[in-house]
Design a protein around this ligand. Structure first.
Ligand code: QV4
Ligand code: CA
Length: 500
């Protein structure tokens, strides 16, 4: 009797602790959804409407929003001012607290979760007469941020990060002059937790942890462990933990490794971004994608947060340099995005950008200060300076594809020995790519039941018609697959729900 009691409690304890540890790896997506989008610099009201009109209906699972807390106002309003906190008041150019809360509620109502880009490695860098987007003042020169409040004692001593081979420097010194908070201090931890737990109470599903590489894993662990469970009101299960995905750039060869953070949550896999860009830019052959995953040096799939580009490396900040593909190379970008979304590896995020010519340029505004709302065209695309990659048919239809083939494996891999490839996802989907200077036109195994299917890259199903190419699958599962070199798109995808 005593023995069973003890083993029962040990069992419950183990169950409890592994549950706790694993839970923050779960994005908390609504069932059937798999992919989030970063609506970079969008306003809260516009995101709420986008959840209802587009993201929910098209099957997106979530939105990463730009930093929500008060940031320093920088002349000419570069996008990066939002990475310089002045306080944890929820007022930015994207909107105020009430608008934020309203957005979270409206998005959750249509099955779309909200993830906040949380900046707590540092506060704003030196600037005379520093003033924030909520009107707070600060004196970064003396490390004084009264609207939190933080003072000199809450920060590491001043030193610059100039040697990424020194892990102490990476954690304890200033990233481009940003005043470096000491997260081992209980006052600092409490302020960060007040901020994050407030967002949890408003219904967010998790956090992107900005500059995680610049914080000690042990401090992050303390912070994550003290986060509240998710609010059950929007439909999160009792005991759900916030999803944690940490920004750690590790392309190899530095003191700080991504592996130091995988015990704490999911980690951004920048090697995925650099590799997929290199491949689809022609720097590597598509046939090598056959072992896409850990064989490429990536983290295990459940730890790897993946993307083609992010808000930094699309403009030369962060990592990846000239390998990175962006909206500016639209055909290859769509192919790389389609590959990422068709392949089961990782937890994917779609980037949604505004157009830019220089790396400092902020989002479209109405008057130089206030962010402008996107406007929409009949073909779903955006205008008004917004690129809206997430509204490109080739991308949102592949988000739908990923949802539909979820749970199946890659099978029947085919390649032509160079830059034409194809594979099935179980017997639910099939995809092909042509990244070479001749036509792909051959009979391939699609693994799908006989019938006529609509290619969701060149078009989509519209009633009983297909607005793009049709694919006729025979009773043996084979079909003639054609992607001409001069077509607008270098990919083709069909799935069980695109059957006519
Ligand atoms: C300038 C000088 C510095 C000097 C400093 C003195 O360049 O040498 O020390 O003044 O005050 C902006 C300016 C930058 C300026 C700095 C401080 O671009 O020139 O320094 O402000 O005034 C974004 C931008 C940065 C921007 C920063 C703060 O990318 O350019 O700096 O916001 O506004 C590494 C990290 C990784 C990081 C990546 C960019 O490991 O964590 O660099 N990525 C994240 C975000 C990113 C953000 C930050 C971290 C900081 O994704 O968007 O940086 O929050 O790889
Ligand atoms: Ca730090």
């Amino acid at each position: 009797m005593i023995v069973t009691k003890i083993s029962c409690c040990v069992f419950l304890f183990l169950l409890g602790s592994s549950y706790q540890a694993n839970a923050q790896f779960n994005p908390n997506y609504a069932s059937g959804r798999t992919t989030m989008v970063h609506l970079f610099e969008w306003k809260w009201n516009d995101i709420a409407t986008e959840c209802e009109n587009f993201l929910g209906p098209k099957g997106y699972a979530g939105v990463q929003v730009s930093p929500v807390n008060e940031n320093i106002v920088v002349p000419n309003r570069p996008w990066w001012e939002r990475y310089q906190p002045i306080s944890y008041l929820l007022t930015t150019r994207s909107g105020n607290e009430q608008q934020f809360a309203n957005m979270v509620r409206r998005c959750n109502n249509v099955g779309v979760r909200i993830y906040v880009d949380a900046v707590f490695n540092h506060m704003a860098a030196d600037r005379a007469n520093a003033r924030g987007t909520a009107g707070s003042t600060a004196n970064p020169g003396s490390k004084s941020y009264p609207a939190v409040p933080y003072s000199n004692a809450d920060f590491h001593a001043t030193c610059a990060i100039n040697n990424y081979n020194d892990g102490n420097q990476v954690r304890n010194c200033e990233l481009v002059g940003l005043k470096d908070l000491d997260q081992s201090k209980s006052w600092v931890q409490d302020r960060i937790l007040d901020f994050l737990n407030k967002l949890i109470s408003l219904g967010v599903a998790g956090f992107r942890v900005d500059a995680a590489k610049h914080m000690w894993p042990a401090d992050l662990k303390n912070i994550y462990n003290r986060l509240n469970n998710l609010n059950t009101q929007p439909g999160f299960a009792v005991g759900s933990r916030p999803f944690i995905y940490q920004e750690v750039i590790d392309l190899g060869g530095e003191a700080v490794s991504k592996h130091e953070y995988t015990g704490l949550g999911v980690v951004t896999e920048f090697l995925h971004s650099a590799s997929i860009g290199k491949v689809f830019r022609g720097g590597d052959q598509l046939r090598w994608l056959t072992n896409w995953g850990t064989a490429w040096g990536f983290l295990p799939s459940t730890s790897a947060f993946v993307f083609v580009d992010n808000h930094d490396n699309q403009r030369g900040h962060g990592a990846g340099g000239s390998d990175i593909l962006t909206y500016k190379n639209a055909k290859q970008y769509k192919m790389a995005s389609a590959f990422m979304l068709s392949h089961p590896f990782g937890i994917p995020r779609v980037m949604s950008s505004f157009a830019f010519d220089n790396t400092d340029q902020g989002p479209p505004t109405t008057d130089g200060n206030n962010i402008a709302s996107p406007t929409f065209n009949a073909d779903n695309s955006c205008s008004g300076g917004w690129i809206c990659e997430h509204r490109w048919r080739q991308i949102y239809n592949m988000v739908g594809f990923r949802n539909i083939v979820s749970g199946t494996n890659v099978q029947n891999w085919w390649d032509n020995g160079s830059n034409q490839i194809a594979f099935c996802r179980g017997n639910r989907g099939f995809v092909a790519f042509n990244n070479q200077n001749n036509d792909l036109n051959t009979s391939l195994q699609t693994c799908l039941p006989a019938g006529t299917y609509c290619d969701i890259i060149s078009g989509e199903k519209s009633g009983s018609r297909c607005t793009g190419k049709s694919v006729v699958v025979g009773s043996d599962g084979r079909a003639n697959i054609s992607i001409r070199q001069n077509e607008n798109d270098g990919a083709l995808a069909i799935h069980v729900a695109s059957k006519l």
